[in-house]
Design a protein. Structure first.
Lengths: 133, 281
């Protein structure tokens, strides 16, 4: 029994969510999924540790969860869309999470987004045919 | 006979849901150019007056958890509800479906060897809701019936870009073989370049986004020939959602006319592209 290798495992800074990941982190992601419900979010807020125990998280998973260590949770197999159900209701935006993955302030992360898109209007103009571009 | 009046592509960025709920955002300099890009789409829709919208999107953990992940799933119900998905988004009123048309599409696609999952109850999340809001949210009530068509872009293995294009071709046959006189618009949602996770989070690739838009209009084969790993390298792990645009594209004829083409970046973490396409002939 062995997990097969995939070419997407070599993309730097990227954790493609596949069978191996999903299998190893099922309980963790099930906990995040429960946060679709307001009463689950409340129950977690009131007793995070007890709530984690109900889902049978490992000690390492629990520690990363309770300390809000997003990068470790991701490396342990958290699915990003399900992890967002932990982050967003507690006031952590996708930009905050992105900044946390990189260990930089959110403002810097947002600035980087703008920098990466810089000059796009000139490119659209050059290619032509874009509306309002 | 049912007729495809056109296809639309749009991102389904959740932040748009909140911005739309907050009137002040509409004219905020951050949002203005993005929202302006939808005005010609709304005008076009008001002109062609479609009866039904088939919305191709991915669920992000509202209707489907990881216990069951269908590669392709179609809603075959009379209505579809939005619900709390834990993302602090406003919840929208129920969407009216067209169960008979859905079942016809399911039958036709399965006959054409696309083995779909059929859902008689389906909660729809921002992936479906945000495009509906962008198209028709300014009107009182939804003026179209809607059919949710969910594609797995969450847990690999995902369907290939080529498979999505082929599914679109089959979808065209399915729609055009329905005997009712219906005007149908197909929405391909998701993308463009973005990565929410990992140290590479915040990726935006304007050049690749522009190539994708050109490909979807003029040469779908270019995008269809890429592997999902190649797309992720260029567009990010979440940017792979662009494969869903090919389902819309496949539902149109080989030659299309681009009625509208708009791009903006960044919105939230994402490059956002809008296309309105019509069959050329």
């Amino acid at each position: 029994m062995s997990w097969q290798k995939h070419d997407y495992e070599n993309i730097p800074g990227t954790y493609v969510f596949d069978g191996k990941t999903s299998h190893s982190s099922y309980a963790l992601n099930k906990l995040f999924y429960s946060f679709n419900k307001e009463e689950s979010r409340k129950a977690f807020a009131e007793d995070p540790e007890g709530y984690a125990d109900k889902f049978g998280l490992t000690g390492e998973q629990k520690q990363a969860l309770l300390t809000g260590d997003f990068l470790t949770l991701l490396k342990m197999g958290a699915n990003i869309y399900l992890l967002a159900k932990l982050a967003i209701p507690s006031g952590v935006s996708v930009q905050d999470a992105g900044a946390a993955f990189q260990g930089i302030p959110t403002e810097e992360f947002k600035k980087n987004l703008l920098t990466k898109a810089e000059g796009f209007q000139e490119k659209l103009e050059k290619e032509g045919g874009f509306w309002n571009g | 006979m049912a007729e495809i009046v056109g296809g639309i592509t749009t991102s389904h960025i959740p932040a748009v849901g909140n911005a739309l709920a907050n009137d002040e955002s509409r004219n905020d300099p951050y949002w203005k150019r993005f929202f302006d890009g939808y005005e010609p789409v709304k005008e076009w829709l008001a002109e062609v007056e479609p009866d039904v919208a088939i919305v191709v999107y991915n669920d992000h953990g509202l209707n489907f958890f990881l216990d069951t992940v269908p590669t392709f799933a179609i809603g075959c119900a009379d209505s579809y509800s939005n619900a709390d998905e834990g993302w602090a988004l406003p919840q929208l009123e129920t969407f009216q479906g067209d169960a008979q048309f859905s079942w016809h599409i399911a039958e036709s696609l399965i006959e054409q060897e696309f083995d779909l999952t059929i859902c008689q109850e389906m909660l729809v999340d921002h992936g479906f809701v945000v495009p509906m809001q962008l198209m028709w949210g300014h009107l009182e009530g939804w003026p179209v019936k809607a059919i949710p068509f969910a594609v797995n872009t969450v847990q690999h293995p995902l369907p290939s870009a080529r498979r999505c294009l082929a599914l679109g071709h089959a979808l065209r046959k399915a729609i055009e073989s329905y005997p009712e006189d219906l005007k149908v618009v197909v929405l391909g949602t998701g993308g463009m370049s973005h990565q929410l996770q990992g140290e590479r989070a915040g990726l935006i690739n304007v050049d690749f986004d522009m190539q994708c838009m050109d490909s979807v209009i003029n040469d779908p084969e270019w995008l269809a020939s890429m592997t999902n790993t190649e797309i992720i390298e260029q567009a990010g792990t979440e940017g792979v959602e662009i494969i869903m645009w090919l389902i819309m594209r496949g539902a149109l004829q080989a030659n299309v006319k681009a009625v509208h083409k708009h791009y903006h970046a960044p919105i939230s973490n994402t490059g956002a592209g809008v296309l309105v396409l019509q069959n050329a002939s």
